[in-house]
Design a protein around this ligand. Sequence first.
Ligand code: GRG
Length: 282
Amino acid sequence: MTIEQRLDRYKRTVDRELERILLRNNTLLFQAMRHSVLGGGKRYRPLLCLAAADAFAPEPAVILPFACAIELIHSYSLVHDDLPCMDDDDVRRGRPTCHKEFGEDVALLAGDGLLTLAFELMAEAEVPRRLLTKKIQVIRETAELAGAEGMIGGQLLDITFSAENATEASLVELMLKKTGALITASVRAGALLGGASLAELKAVTAFGENLGLAFQFRDDIHDAAERSKKGVPSGPNYARVFGAGKARDRLRSFVGTGLEALDRGGVKAPLLRRLAGRLLEK
Ligand code: GRG
């Protein structure tokens, strides 16, 4: 099987499992949660989690609940980010946003439901005895990286950002938290549960942080191009402040630095490397 075929197979597994998890109830809340999670999405973060585990001792069944939990956290962040009090977006993944379809009140609760369900999933996940401590570490780290000092903290920097005082360092700090934290959590969860050594975990973490930044640079480049066509102002955006050319250079350099971290740590991880490569494609 080629690397792309293996990634496709992992994506189908994640899609099926997310469907199974969210089909357990048919209340309005679960309908809104399903609308937000099952309506497309690249599943980039769960793939990173599975790909990181795959680099060590592949036991995908053990990793799957954690990979799915991270996608639920990602989906909650999108539902809340789309709300009128945040980015006020009408369309997500080519469909009406959760609040457009279900109303703001239900969308707020759907986000809450997805976030808490993620932690329920991880807590309930069955792991071999030798991985029990690692499982607790993953849950704690995921909470921290998704929380007030990670992704949510990054979102606060986003909404309070002052474009006039924007510096490269302030934008990078925002990106590291808003986007990089959950991407780092994804690869660390996979590596920890996959059995990485401390040195390998360090390499995978550096890879994740660089990939998180690359991911947001790529999004900023696309977003700046889209918004300049439509003339709609956007939030903090590196490509808008420093130019698309510089943003593209930074994107390539973060992907390169991430890959070098894997090289230095002796981590082969062909699937992780392929996922990094995707960020340099159209
Ligand atoms: C807690 C409200 C709240 C927000 C947290 C993650 C985040 C901060 C907000 C989401 C909006 C946003 C533009 C985040 C940057 C990361 C990003 C580009 C998300 C889109 O992720 P993709 O491209 O989306 O992986 P799919 O649809 O493929 O899952």
